[in-house]
Design a protein. Sequence first.
Length: 357
Amino acid sequence: MTKIAVLAGDGIGPEIVAQALKVLEALDVSFDFEPAPVGGAGYAVAGHPLPAATLALAQAADAVLFGAVGDWKYDTLPRELRPEQAILGLRKHLQLFANLRPAVLYAELASASSLKPEIVADLDILIVRELSGDIYFGQPRGIRLVLDGAFKDCREGFDTMRYSESEVRRIAQVAFQAAQKRSKRLTSVDKANVLETSQLWRETVIDVARDYPDVELSHLYVDNAAMQLVRAPKAFDVIVTGNLFGDILSDQAAMLTGSIGMLPSASLSAGHKGLYEPAHGSAPDIAGQDLANPLATILSAAMMLRYSLQQPQQADRIEAAVKKVLAQGLRTADIWTPGTHKVGTQAMGDAVVKALA
Ligand code: NAI
Ligand code: MG
């Protein structure tokens, strides 16, 4: 049976994950859900944000459904024991190198964006961000003393931007395959006019493109991509980029939608294993009050069905059900507008279950 590690975590994590489980249980697929503590909850029971048993479960599972981690009460812990370290540990041990962040704005919610509705209504793009390399991990790095001018010592910080051909190749393959499942257009974002790393990136992506003749490939420099994302975001389908550029562009794309509670994400390794989580955090300010929007987590479960469990029809069913409840006018507080019907976390989960066709 398909084994899913359920790591609900902290804050609103348990509430929103419970709604996603409700929806998964309503499908005619059998799953073996195995819960385990992570983040602050992991620290509370095992003295570590990623307890060994939790990691072992995640490694043995077909996929990981993750809520969120982090709570103010852990802010004084040393960095290696902070809840957020659990995500870094899972990325590293599960070798999650591809981060898929859709930015979808349902027409009903277009007024949530700070951009004009006609620019963003029905936006549906996917950012594929490389997650394991680039300037965040390249060596050497550090802070050292240098001579500034003739005599004066001064400190300088330095990092190394680095990508190997094989790292670019594998993220490009994920992006081309994702594009094949969508409208078959891929934009690769780099800074090949000034960076050697980006030149290799571009050459490699062009080479990988030979294996995907049905996908139309284009290239943009990152500064231009940032402009186009705001000017005409609907012109994009899938965007592939490195860790640094992807970090920034995926947050920018998320804000085009204006609905942090609606955005799912997937982090994939080679093979089909993946970790699925909402793009938002643990929202301790609204935890335990039945206020959180569970749709980002429910949509993450749909991504899990599509990318790890090879059940695209079930993923489609969930996404259609989410559209349907929005069309019915149901809204959690974060996306509520006058004239729509405000519901809590659990009622939203129940409504999605009911809307499954
Ligand atoms: P956040 O995403 O948790 O919250 C930002 C704002 O959005 C808050 O006002 C919150 O109430 C609201 N919000 C977030 N998700 C929502 C939802 N589903 N429904 C309705 N409203 C929602 O980011 P913040 O406040 O910066 O961080 C809070 C904690 O979460 C911190 O400990 C942070 O480190 C952690 N965090 C964890 C992440 C993860 O588990 N992957 C990612 C980002 C932050
Ligand atoms: Mg970021």
